[in-house]
Design a protein around this ligand. Structure first.
Ligand code: CDP
Length: 213
């Protein structure tokens, strides 16, 4: 079974995806870490993430064993990740890894921007997780504050909006809801309520498709 979860920054998709994977006993891949790792490696070579050739070189040399690096969640990398993610050749290079992960024997949950549209268009269930930009900025701000990172909420909202615009309007695999994805708006939900809503949507979709159990 493959579950595809897409959505904009700080919508709650990562936390939901992780819990959904644990609930159904599926492997989990946060595909944002791939783009963040390509950005990290490009910057580490003092190269420009907006340069397609340089970003592609990093994608080709990417070592999947470094995807657990906690440094990948640093806020500065999000912007660079969205720059490398614009290059179609980088996306193409990262495709095989994601598809092969999705074929794990146990089944898999993948979260990102283009899982339901490009990476796993035949996923058994697709969710598109959203929340208002104000609520998403509030959540990300609190996350950063907890991690000891000093930024203003206004700054975070500005960064998120800029990144959303870039992700939605790029030519290659833009962020959009697949026509068959279930919409989950988490604006007024805490994480437990969002997780429950996700499970209800997934169980209903699986029952309709005749999946056992
Ligand atoms: O955690 P957050 O939602 O802020 O970001 P992320 O999921 O780690 O993704 C960082 C950036 O990678 C996004 O802004 C996208 O530009 C890019 N990305 C993508 O293009 N496609 C994916 N499947 C996942 C991430």
């Amino acid at each position: 079974m493959i579950i595809a979860i897409d959505g904009p920054a700080a919508s709650g998709k990562g936390t939901i995806a992780k819990r959904v994977a644990a609930h159904y006993g599926l492997a989990y891949l946060d595909t944002g870490t791939l783009y963040r790792a390509v950005a990290r490696d490009t910057l580490a070579r003092s190269r420009d993430p907006a340069d397609a050739d340089e970003a592609l070189n990093s994608a080709k040399a990417l070592d999947p064993s470094t995807l657990g690096d906690p440094g990948l969640r640093k806020p500065g990398l999000a912007e660079a990740a969205s720059l490398v993610a614009k290059h179609p050749e980088v996306r193409e290079e990262l495709l095989a890894y994601q598809r092969s992960f999705a074929r794990a024997k146990s089944g898999a949950v993948l979260d990102g921007r283009d899982i339901g549209t490009v990476i796993c268009p035949d996923a058994d269930v697709k969710l598109f997780v959203t929340a208002t930009p104000e609520e998403r900025a509030r959540r990300r701000y609190l996350e950063l504050k907890q991690a000891g990172i000093e930024v203003s909420e206004a700054e975070v909202q500005c960064d998120i909006r800029r990144r959303d615009e870039r992700d939605k309007h790029r030519a290659a695999a833009p962020l959009r809801r697949a026509p068959d994805a279930h919409l989950l708006d988490t604006t007024n939900f805490d994480i437990d309520a969002a997780f429950k809503a996700a499970i209800d949507l997934i169980d209903a979709a699986l029952a309709r498709a005749g999946h056992a159990g």
